[in-house]
Structures are given as structure tokens and as C-alpha cells.
Design a protein around this ligand. Sequence first.
Ligand SMILES: *Cc1c(COP(=O)(O)O)cnc(C)c1O
Length: 390
Amino acid sequence: MEGRGPTSSIEQVARSKLAELEAATLRRALSETGRGEAGQATRDERQMISFCCNDYLGLSQHPDVKRAASEAIKQFGAGAGASRLVTGNHPFYDDLEIRLARLKGTEAALVFGSGYLANLGIPPVLAGKGDLILADELSHASMRAGIQASPAESRFFRHNDIEDCRRILQKERCNFRHCLIMTEGIFSMDGDRAPLADLCDLAETFDAWLMTDDAHGLGVVGDGRGSAAEAGVGARIPLQMGTLSKAVGSYGGFICASQPVIDLLINRARSLIYATGLPPAVVAASCTALEIIEADLELTRLPMARARRFTQQVGLPDPESTIVPLVVGTAEKALAASHQLAEEGFLVTAIRPPTVPEGTARLRFTFAAYHSDKDVDRLAVAVRKTGFLP
Ligand SMILES: *Cc1c(COP(=O)(O)O)cnc(C)c1O
């Protein structure tokens, strides 16, 4: 149609941007996926076993978790009705925040609408003009969003390179009032762990505040308490952020910190203040899931055991987490490998730039409690067949 003015130009722009992505094999699309118990996933009418969910403990499908959610709906309805500061602070929040603080060994905790919203909202509250934010270069997109939202200056140190971090602090720390250091406990696309004990030392030496994003540690390392507990530094990290959307099997984000920090965030974090509270069912599900994580240490150890079995079978280095990447290079190769595995009944999505750096497109395997040894062994055979192993 001619002459639709703004509509036609916006469509032209959209089409040409999509064509660019298409040409670079970077165009993405949503695929309807049905998830069931034991890692079952249905896509394009094909039944597969998923090795790319972050539901490490299978708690999204746990009968007690599902029951807690449906009872919460019966009691309080489907939605929260308003932001937490208005009328959205329903009774499950308090229980959840007490549990989170206990698990992380901090005085208090605060639940946000998602991990992304937590990372978006927290840095601008803690670091402003005249302050420095220093972050690992592979920090998650949501952390970068929070860093960009802050008027503080930012620097990035080389991935997990404690000496590079020290060098920047030595050179720059004195030019700034406060300094916030941000990293991931376990890196979401590489599965490796940050040197948390060394980072704690550095932060203390340079009077900086360490904030960790432990999205992939909670529930699966450190007896379920996460990577700070695993590294033996739990209480030394003053700002411990995480998500309820992965091993907890529900939805939401959180930060564990001291009471004054939490109180300040309640007053200042825009992504908390101006967003509606989580649905009661979601918060109730998280409470029950955390109860299971605290009680069932055996369960929390299963995903790591599966990951180890896999790396042993395919001859990769021992895993540091439940995430095992297989870097294949180009986006085309990653897609081809993913399709090959789908033919064998395994759902492993290809991870492409900009989620990972250019030239490092990969398969990202995640291992979960519900995978059987047989599933893992069959996957290892299929992965060997792809020819992408080093
Ligand atoms: C998934 C993830 C987030 C976002 O959490 P959501 O609750 O899904 O919004 C933040 N940081 C890291 C490292 C993640 O992997």
C-alpha cells in the first residue's frame, strides 16, 4: 500500500533491519515450546529432551510448588493489583524475603519483578555522579542496562582477570568517591565462576562495594546457597543479587543486603517503585521452592553431577557449574549443530551474538536434576556425532 506515511516508513526500517540480521544468520524468532516433567519439551510437534532450560532442579514442575501457586491464586487472585509500595505487597513477600536473607546470610532481602529489573534498578541507586562502576566485561545484559542507567562512570575489566581489575582500581579509584564492582558468580554463557574470594579482598582493599549476580548459582552450588557460599565468602559480599526464575523454577529477581541498603532501594529503585508487584502465585511458588532447596541437599547436588558425567564422556574439562558451553565459532555452525541435535531428540538452542562475543557462537548445555544418566549418555553420543568437539 502506498501513501501510509509513518506506517510505511516504520515498516521499511523494520524490514531492512531484519534483512541485515537475516544476512548475518542472526535473525531470531520465537518458537512455541511446551515443557513437561523430566525435561520433556515439545517443539514443532516433536518430543525432545531439553538440555537448555535453567530450571536446574525441575522445581517449576514440582507438585508442591504448583500446589502453592494454585492455592495462592484461590486465596488472593491472579495479579498483585499495584506496585509493592501501593497495594501490591501481598503476604507472601515477607516470607520469601526472610527465606532469601537466611539462605544468603544477610540481614535483609528485597524481591523485584525479575532479575533484569533488579539489575536495571540497583546500580543507579548505589552509584551516581562522581562514582565508579567497575564490571567484568562479560557481565549479563541486564547488569549493563543498570550500569548505563547510572550517571556513574564505568570501566570493564577483562573477564575474570583479577590483575586487570586491580590495575584499574590502582589507577582510577582515587578519582572517585564510591566504587561499585559488579560480576556474575557463575557466568551465564560460559559456565565459569568468578574469583569471588580475590574480588572480596580487592573490594576491601580499595574500599569498593562488591555486587554479585548469582542467577546460576542459587540452588545448584554451595549446598544450594550459591557461589558465594561455595567460595566461602558468603557474608563478605554486601550485595548479592539473584533470580527466582532459574533453579527456583518460578519468576522474579532479588537482592540480599543489609537493612539500610534494602530500605534505600525500596525508596529509590525505580524498577521496583514503578512496576507492579509479582502475582501472588509466583511469590508463593518461590517460597515453596526455596523451602525444598533448603531441605533437600541431595537434590541440589544432582545437576552438577549430571554436568560432570557429560564432560567426562565427551572429554571436556571438568565443569565449574551446570552450564557447559561448546563454542563452535560462527552463527551458521551453531545453528547447524543445534539442528543436528534436534534430529536426535535433544533441544539445545544455539547462542549467537550479541548474546556472546562475535565469533564465539555456541551450544550451551545446561544440566538438571531431572536428567537421567541415560539421557546424558545419549546426549554425549549425539554431541560426538556433530563433529564439533575439540
Ligand atoms: C537470567 C539472568 C538474569 C535475568 O534474570 P530474570 O529473572 O530472568 O530476569 C540476570 N542475570 C543473569 C546472569 C542471568 O543469567
